[in-house]
Write a protein that binds this ligand. Sequence first.
Ligand code: HEC
Length: 300
Amino acid sequence: MIDRYVSHDELQRLISALLVMLGFIGLAALFGFIIVPGLRFQAHTAQDSPVIAVQGDAGWLDPTDYPRRAQQVIPPIDPKTVLTPNPELMERGRALYAQTCATCHGVEGKGDGPGAKGLTPVPRNFAVAAAWKNGTRLEAIYRTLEEGVKGSSMVSYNYLSKRDRMALAHVVQSLGAFDHGASDPKAMAALEKLFASAGEVIPNQVPVSLAVDRLLQEFRTVPELQAAGNNPLLEEAVSNSALAAQTLGGLPGWQSSEQTLAKGVLAGLPGNGFTPVVATYSPARWKELRTALMGQGATR
Ligand code: HEC
């Protein structure tokens, strides 16, 4: 019946045109419903990845974490006990060297420790006299330990006591069988004066792992505020309950004082989970808000 209106050829062309159009619509749907949303949500991972302390393959942080140690006050030292090496000093120095320096400089001081890979400039080879920037004399090595070497991974070790730094300087010299040069009498006199004059305070030291624990504790998730729906004041003041809970978590003492609450909340506006309306609140209103928030179980 239809061939009364269109010829057979024309009908074939119409049908193939229809099929091509359906194909296009199908492709568009594929893009619109599957591929584009897939791309959009690709970046949203389902869960936060766990926090893991950094660990290099040379074990920077792991095997020899700093021991926990209380602050120490060290009285001035007798220069005679550190300016020339003695067995006790050397023993202490060698232990420190193994713990702190060997990762880069190598057990024998050849600049080939496991941590030396890929460092530019490379760690100094203590066995040879060449290329020392500060010099090989005792006071020069002491200075290196005090200041580090700019532009390199040789940092300052002035967190160690003066005695420990002198011990290390002697150990570094002992690792090279060459003439390290006689010390400059003036420089040695200055060191002698430095050691004999002032004592020093070595600050508290905590293991890295403990410090990380403390940090995590500080940022632990604060319980979320419940939906503000049943309290008109909260509904007005809180725009994002999770954020608001976070804000309160970082605001010690807000439960006991509306001034603290107001100051802390106003300082973080906007974007801390509270609405800008709170900027217009009277002290009495802040008090109400504090009470309402405390009823929310958002206490720490
Ligand atoms: C992170 C790796 C690293 C550690 C750990 C390290 N050093 Fe170094 N050290 C270097 C590098 C790299 C250089 C070479 C700096 C340059 O050439 O600029 C260097 C250079 C030196 C020098 C020679 C400075 C000069 O005059 O050229 C001395 C001395 C030295 N280190 C002593 C020590 C001692 C002692 C310790 C342990 C308390 C130590 N280093 C720990 C990387 C390290």
